[in-house]
Unconditional design. Structure first.
Length: 220
C-alpha cells in the first residue's frame, strides 16, 4: 500500500516540475529550494505587475477656463465718456429759462438758446448771430437794447458784448466807424468769438490808444 505524501511536498513537486530542467538540476530535489525559487518568482511577477500598472497612460483633466465676468454697472457709469471738453456760458435776456448752461465745446449760439428753453415770443434777435461758435465764460444776451448811436456805450447801457454786437452797435463806440466795426465782426467770425477783451488788440485798425478807449466799454 502506497503512503500518501504531505500536501506541502505535493505542491513542491508540482512547482518543481514546472521549472526548467537546468533550474531543477541546480536546485536539486530539495522542496525548500523549490519553494524559495517559487517565492522569488512570485515576487518578481508582482513587482513587474506593479510597475506596469504605475506606468499605464492616464487621462489628464484640463483646468477649467474662467471667462471674465461683466463689468459692474457702477464701474461703467464712473468711466469717463470720451473725455469731451465742456464750456460754461450765461444765457440771459428774453429766453424762457435764463441761467448758466454747460455745453460741449464747439457749441453755437443756437445750442445755448435751445438749452435755455428758446427765445421768448416777440424778442428781437436781429443782431444775434445764431451760428457763432461759443467760447467759455461768455454771456449770450437776447433782446438787449442797442447802445445810443454816436454816444458809445453809456454808463447806463453797460459794456457791449463783442461776441454778439452788430456792425451798427460797434459803430456807436467812440473811435469806431463802420469799417472798423466790420473788421471786428470779421475777426469774431474767423476766430469763433472773443475769449477776452485783450483779443481786440489783434483786430486790424485797433492800436494801443484806441484799445485803451474801448477797454472799459466792451466785454467778450
Amino acid at each position: 500500500m502506497t503512503a500518501e505524501l504531505p500536501a506541502g511536498a505535493v505542491r513542491g513537486a508540482a512547482v518543481r516540475e514546472r521549472l526548467p530542467l537546468w533550474l531543477q538540476a541546480r536546485c536539486g530535489v530539495e522542496p525548500r529550494a523549490v519553494g524559495a525559487v517559487a517565492v522569488v518568482l512570485v515576487a518578481a511577477v508582482g513587482f513587474a505587475a506593479q510597475q506596469y500598472w504605475s506606468a499605464r497612460p492616464r487621462a489628464v483633466t484640463a483646468p477649467a477656463v474662467v471667462a471674465p465676468g461683466p463689468v459692474p454697472a457702477a464701474a461703467a457709469a464712473a468711466a469717463p465718456v470720451g473725455g469731451a471738453a465742456r464750456i460754461v456760458v450765461d444765457v440771459s435776456g428774453k429766453v424762457r429759462d435764463p441761467g448758466v448752461r454747460r455745453l460741449p465745446a464747439g457749441s453755437r449760439v443756437e445750442d445755448a438758446l435751445a438749452a435755455a428753453g428758446g427765445v421768448r415770443p416777440g424778442a428781437d434777435t436781429t443782431g444775434l448771430n445764431r451760428a457763432r461758435v461759443l467760447v467759455d465764460g461768455e454771456q449770450v444776451l437776447v433782446g438787449a437794447p442797442a447802445p445810443p448811436q454816436g454816444g458809445g456805450a453809456g454808463p447806463g447801457a453797460g459794456p457791449l458784448s463783442l461776441g454778439s454786437a452788430t456792425v451798427d452797435q460797434l459803430d456807436g463806440l467812440p473811435g469806431v466807424g463802420p469799417v472798423l466795426a466790420q473788421h471786428i465782426v470779421d475777426f469774431r467770425t474767423a476766430r469763433g468769438g472773443f475769449r477776452s477783451v485783450e483779443d481786440l488788440r489783434q483786430v486790424n485798425g485797433i492800436g494801443e490808444r484806441r484799445f485803451a478807449d474801448l477797454r472799459s466799454l466792451v466785454r467778450p
